[in-house]
Ligand binder design. Structure first.
Ligand code: ADP
Ligand code: ADP
Ligand code: ZN
Length: 214
């Protein structure tokens, strides 16, 4: 199954995607995670993307599209995947259709996580990530057993430089202007399921899997 997890920054896409990966064995393809590994390693792509990411702005379409094209060609992506954080513009959605067309594949479902803006800020500002394995925590809503230490691997937790109240406002603005129209693009096809993304993480996961199995 080829899925898209859609929603504003901090909606819980990564958190929910990781649960589905564990249950269904299809990979999560997060363009944010791939871009962060490029900036960490200082690749040519990472150098180009960094200034946009630090400001909370979207990285130019073509950089992201080429990156996804490459990722969809990997062996583990041949039996389905979860696209997390892509496509984020209508231009990316059109390009994705072309990438899928040449592989004779299609998107089966788009799961939209709905979370109001006022909840988003608290989620993003309290988010902490593991330097080693990328696991996601929250200071208040999903705290690790030992402060600053990853439950999964013992790695050190850090706060992303773009996870500040100021940057989240820029990112929400990018989302409203450039990303939200992507939902309408897929709605025309009747493959969108809207999920209430507020509440207990396991309860949201239940809603999400029942929408998938419908
Ligand atoms: P996204 O991938 O959509 O940006 P994340 O999955 O990283 O979002 O979640 C953002 C932050 O909110 C994380 O710190 C996570 O621990 C927390 N979070 C995720 N789901 C919930 C929820 N249902 N209630 C409260 N906090 C949540
Ligand atoms: P979040 O889910 O919290 O918004 P991500 O990790 O998905 O965070 O993205 C972090 C940053 O990486 C974005 O603010 C943007 O600069 C860049 N980025 C990630 N995915 C895309 C994309 N599909 N198109 C353009 N920029 C992207
Ligand atoms: Zn870890």
């Amino acid at each position: 199954m080829n899925l898209i997890f859609f929603g504003p920054p901090g909606a819980g896409k990564g958190t929910q995607a990781k649960k589905l990966v564990a249950e269904r064995g299809i990979p999560q393809i997060s363009t944010g995670d791939i871009l962060r590994s490029h900036t960490r390693e200082g690749t040519a792509l990472g150098k180009k993307a960094k200034e946009y990411m630090e400001q909370g702005l979207l990285v130019p379409d073509q950089l992201v599209i080429d990156m996804v094209d490459d990722r969809l060609g990997k062996p583990d992506a041949q039996n389905g995947y979860i696209l997390d954080g892509f496509p984020r513009t209508v231009g990316q959605a059109v390009a994705l259709d072309q990438l899928l067309g040449k592989r004779d594949a299609e998107i089966d479902k788009v799961l939209v996580l709905r979370v109001p803006d006022e909840k988003i800020v608290a989620r993003v500002v309290g988010r902490r990530m593991c330097k080693a394995c990328g696991s996601v925590f929250h200071l208040e809503f999903q705290p690790p057993a030992v402060q600053g230490v990853c439950d999964a691997c013992g790695g050190e937790l850090y706060q992303r430089t773009d996870d500040t109240a100021e940057k989240v406002r820029v990112r929400l603005n990018e989302y409203a202007h450039n990303t939200e129209p992507v939902a309408a693009y897929y709605k025309q096809r009747g493959i969108v399921a809207e999920i209430d993304g507020v509440g207990d993480i396991d309860a949201i996961y239940q809603r999400l899997t029942s929408a998938l199995d419908e």
